[in-house]
Write a new protein. Structure first.
Length: 72
């Protein structure tokens, strides 16, 4: 799509070329693959649940922070 405008405006020329280049192929070894399935991730309970919110927010909806949590 851009060749014609580039050739017209900047007098550029382009050509296509197909070449065979050396490369490597990935194959399975003679004893089969040695990869193992990853372990299942642990189930993490989301923090935005009614049970969790009841413990961490006051009745206006502000978070309850322990005075020991703030350094200073």
């Amino acid at each position: 799509m851009l060749r014609a405008p580039l050739a017209e405006r900047f007098r550029m020329a382009a050509h296509r070329e197909t070449r065979d280049l050396p490369g490597y192929g990935l194959t399975v070894g003679k004893n089969g693959p040695k990869l193992k399935a990853p372990p299942e991730p642990p189930v993490v309970k989301p923090y935005d649940t009614p049970e969790h919110r009841a413990d961490t927010v006051d009745r206006e909806g502000f978070p309850i922070v322990s005075p020991n949590a703030i350094e200073g």
